[in-house]
Design a protein around this ligand. Structure first.
Ligand code: PML
Ligand code: MG
Length: 263
């Protein structure tokens, strides 16, 4: 047995047949596992698929694949939570943040108009200059994969930041950090397709991960994940990065927060 080898473990689940055959997306999940932890990792994703509030899957796939590339490490984006009292206020804040990240009003509105009614499994990619959708993946979108955050380091970070120990925040922050690390990403806009979860976020290198407590009405199953992309970078290379580049989020205690640090 070789414990230095890591595996990408991916799950997707749907109802009324597979995604390819038009089934309804129920749940997806990504993680990176050692060989030793593979059984635990598969069990974890199986549990996630079987207990989702979007429904009970009748198609479920879990795939394990050896990672044969070096795994890069990046620090998590900084996190801020904006409390809002209505979806309208939340959506207004989201638009403001996207503008701050460098997306024009016109492109933001064009992107909103293209949010599909039917669930897209992955992210839709929008050209930040023209507002056109550029991924060409229809209802599949682009699925960001091969990223994780080792449990002990994540829990240390949670404690230091006085945040709730929350798997959903962990998964979303891991994804947002990987996405924003690439130069071509101008910003990300996301809210969940889980009808019971209404908090979403806008993220970018400069803004960090800005959670907004209401971005859709409770009970709504329509989620959204949009990446605003600077198309002066090569699109195929960008998509390969999102799908294939393995990455661990790794937090190191910040010097400035440490008392008595040496000048
Ligand atoms: C999802 O559940 O698919 C996305 C959740 C986004 C927000 C997570 C959070 O920071 O609360
Ligand atoms: Mg989901």
């Amino acid at each position: 047995m070789d414990n230095s080898r890591f595996y990408s473990v991916r799950m997707r689940a749907s109802e009324n047949q597979s995604h390819e055959k038009g089934g309804k997306h129920i749940s997806g999940g990504e993680l990176i596992s050692s060989y030793q932890d593979l059984k635990k990792s598969v069990d974890f994703l199986l549990e996630k698929a079987l207990t989702h509030s979007r429904g009970k899957p009748d198609f479920l796939q879990i795939q394990c694949e050896l990672i044969d590339q070096p795994i890069t490490q990046v620090p998590p984006l900084t996190v801020k939570t904006i409390e809002v009292s209505s979806v309208e206020e939340g959506q207004q804040k989201a638009r403001k943040l996207l503008e701050q990240a460098g997306v024009s009003k016109q492109v933001i509105e064009k992107a909103y108009a293209q949010i599909p009614d039917e669930a897209v499994r992955g992210a839709i990619l929008i050209d930040c200059h023209t507002g056109k959708r550029i991924d060409g993946r229809k209802d599949r979108g682009v699925r960001v994969s091969r990223m994780d955050w080792e449990r002990v380091n994540f829990e240390k970070w949670v404690k230091a930041k006085a945040l709730p120990l929350n798997q959903r925040i962990k998964e979303a922050l891991v994804l947002a950090t990987k996405v924003s690390t690439h130069q071509a990403t101008v910003a990300e806009l996301c809210w969940s397709d889980d009808p019971e979860y209404v908090t979403g976020y806008v993220a970018s290198k400069t803004l960090g991960y800005q959670r907004i407590t209401k971005l859709k009405p409770y009970g709504d199953e329509r989620g959204c994940r949009i990446f605003f992309v600077d198309t002066s970078y090569d699109l195929d290379t960008y998509i390969t990065y999102l799908e294939k580049q393995p990455m661990f989020i790794q937090w190191e205690e910040d010097d400035v927060t440490r008392p008595n640090r040496k000048k």
